[in-house]
Design a protein around this ligand. Structure first.
Ligand SMILES: Cc1cc2nc3c(=O)[nH]c(=O)nc-3n(C[C@H](O)[C@H](O)[C@H](O)COP(=O)(O)OP(=O)(O)OC[C@H]3O[C@@H](n4cnc5c(N)ncnc54)[C@H](O)[C@@H]3O)c2cc1C
Length: 522
């Protein structure tokens, strides 16, 4: 039997591993982080009930990176989780599909590049991805939704009472809001319980929010998956035009291990996947694997999530439902030539973070005093503008001069907002004013234009395309010029659409798994 190695136990790696294992193959998986118990009950108790972040994870300091440019949040701390399950152990589960137009931005809008695949190639895989993640949703209330061959596997989370009132007011002003597709169980599904609405999707104690640990446990139960934790993969080795082995480090003070494999799939997130290719220099690829055309690390895009808060005279009692409330896809694909990006608009069932009372160094006399300090939050609602960005020469991943404990350079992520991003910010500002007026808010504030968050979406640095001159991988994720070496995850995206990426990551991973099974393992 051919040997398959998968690097990374996030949603992309687990999707491919589980699919191959279902068809009878055996897989060895390498994960830099520690095990992370599932369902995340103990983490919920520590992080939510006791505000204790002890589940932070690292392999003897091997984790880290260098950040330059104008991106303020920590890419290492706020943007990713390095542990079994990866970042989908802390995600919120928004699971929209891309639109057909998403794949043709150059043809339709004269910017970026077209993808080498279209929506029709992915539609069946979107359906499989939704079934796998247990997505609750409906397209019936969303006139902007992508066409679909069948219904969602689970009914939607309906709009809450206040959302319905706000949605009516918005609709009267031509602003269409609808339910949000979520990888959160509206009903019990596939061994997962129905959501109990704890309100902390980023740390779900029951497993209602999808975690890769769900399918990882099933794959492990077959006995055909071997999971190596605390194993930092540091190199990919080739022989001629094909992959031969990976090298991993089992920890400080221990010797590196070479592990031979016929097929290797690298699924370690947008930043580390790029770093691993750049570190893997060798005969025939002096600048790193897949980098013959100098494309590895280029074409990087983040989403720019802009946060706003609305203030109302009367209380709206937010926070009674989990964060994904209603959203609007009306502005994701503005027609015509583009000087600014599209955006999805979310009306979260939360108050904005900035309205939290400052607890630091304060002594409270009673619980009633805390409640009083928080009372004004009942009249606030948060909106987020989930904005598309463009790729420029000021957005890239390279190797830094700082090194990890094994002596390897960390990734350096350089990111500076572009004119396109600032134009998009202005569109968001105008849209906020329209929304605020429509719902009768007394005031509305948008974060300053320098304050943006990627939402952990690091896309495009090893994009798919036609060949080494424009890209790093083909549409199945196979690295140009290196047979049997695949990349999975948002690194392979061509452009940053305003949609959250993980359903598409999963759909692409399922497509790659079928290809590997049929073309490389048969
Ligand atoms: C707070 C937050 C909220 C989010 N909410 C949403 C949402 O609502 N909807 C959505 O679509 N997306 C969301 N995302 C993004 C989503 O979590 C990611 O797109 C997704 O988890 C990426 O999966 P992945 O498997 O590609 O990579 P990852 O989850 O990054 O997994 C990669 C794995 O590889 C491991 N690894 C790294 N380097 C090495 C190495 N050298 N050797 C071995 N192992 C290594 C890591 O430890 C990790 O476990 C959110 C992200 C964050 C941070």
């Amino acid at each position: 039997m051919k040997k398959v190695a998968i690097v990374g136990s996030g949603i992309a790696g687990v999707t491919i591993a589980h699919t191959l294992i279902e068809s009878g193959h055996a897989v060895e998986m390498f994960e830099i982080g520690d095990d992370y118990p599932f369902p995340h009950r103990s983490q919920f108790e520590e992080q939510v009930l006791f505000d204790d972040d002890r589940h932070q994870d690292r392999l003897d300091g091997a984790r880290g990176l260098v950040q330059t440019g104008d991106y303020r949040p920590s890419l290492d701390r706020q943007d990713r989780a390095m542990r079994v399950g990866g970042s989908a152990t802390i995600w919120w589960g928004f699971a929209p599909r891309f639109l057909p137009s998403t794949f043709r931005p150059k043809t339709l809008h004269g910017y970026g590049d077209d993808w080498p695949i279209g929506y029709e190639d992915l539609e069946p895989y979107y359906a499989r991805a939704e079934a796998r993640l247990g997505v609750s949703g409906t397209a019936a209330d969303n006139p902007f939704a992508a066409p679909r061959a069948g219904p969602y596997p689970l009914p939607p989370f309906e709009l809450g009472y206040t959302d319905r009132i706000l949605a009516e007011k918005l609709k009267a002003r031509g602003l269409v809001f609808h339910t949000t597709p979520q990888a959160r169980t509206r009903l019990a599904y596939d061994g997962r319980p129905a959501c109990d609405n704890y309100g902390t999707c980023w740390c779900c104690p029951t497993g209602a929010i999808y975690s890769p640990a769900h399918h990882l446990a099933r794959a492990l139960a077959t006995g055909r998956l071997t999971l190596h934790t605390r194993a930092a993969v540091t190199r990919i080795l080739t022989e001629g035009d094909r992959v031969r082995a990976l090298v991993y480090h089992p920890g400080r003070g221990k010797a590196e291990v070479e592990h031979a494999a016929d097929v290797i799939i690298v699924a370690i997130g947008g930043i580390e996947s790029t770093r691993l290719l750049l570190l893997s220099r060798g005969p025939g690829h002096p600048d790193g694997i897949g980098n013959a055309g100098g494309r590895a690390g280029r074409n990087l895009t983040f989403h720019a999530v802009r946060r706003a808060s609305l203030h109302f005279r009367d209380p709206l009692f937010p926070g009674r439902f989990t964060p994904p409330g209603m959203r609007s896809d009306q502005f994701v694909d503005p027609p015509g030539a583009r000087k600014s990006g599209g955006m999805s608009v979310e009306f979260n069932d939360q108050t904005a973070e900035r309205h939290r009372p400052d607890f630091a160094g304060r002594t409270w006399k009673s619980g009633a005093e805390v409640v009083e300090a928080m009372r004004h939050r009942l009249r606030c609602r948060e909106m987020t503008f989930h904005c598309e960005s463009d790729a420029t020469d000021e957005k890239y991943i390279a190797l830094s001069t700082e090194r990890d404990p094994f002596g390897d350079p960390f990734a350096r992520v350089h990111y500076v907002q572009s004119d396109f991003d600032f134009e998009t910010y202005e569109v968001a500002r105008a849209l906020l004013a329209r929304n605020a007026e429509a719902v009768g808010a007394d005031a509305a504030e948008l974060d300053d234009r320098g304050a943006y968050w990627s939402a952990g979406h690091h896309m495009g640095a090893c994009r798919m395309g036609r060949g080494p001159d424009d890209s790093v991988v083909d549409s199945f994720g196979e690295v140009h010029g290196v047979k049997n070496l695949f990349l999975a995850g948002a690194a392979t995206f061509v452009t940053a659409t305003p949609f959250q990426p993980t359903l598409t990551i999963t759909a692409l991973a399922l497509r790659a798994a079928d290809y590997v099974r049929d073309q490389r393992l048969s």
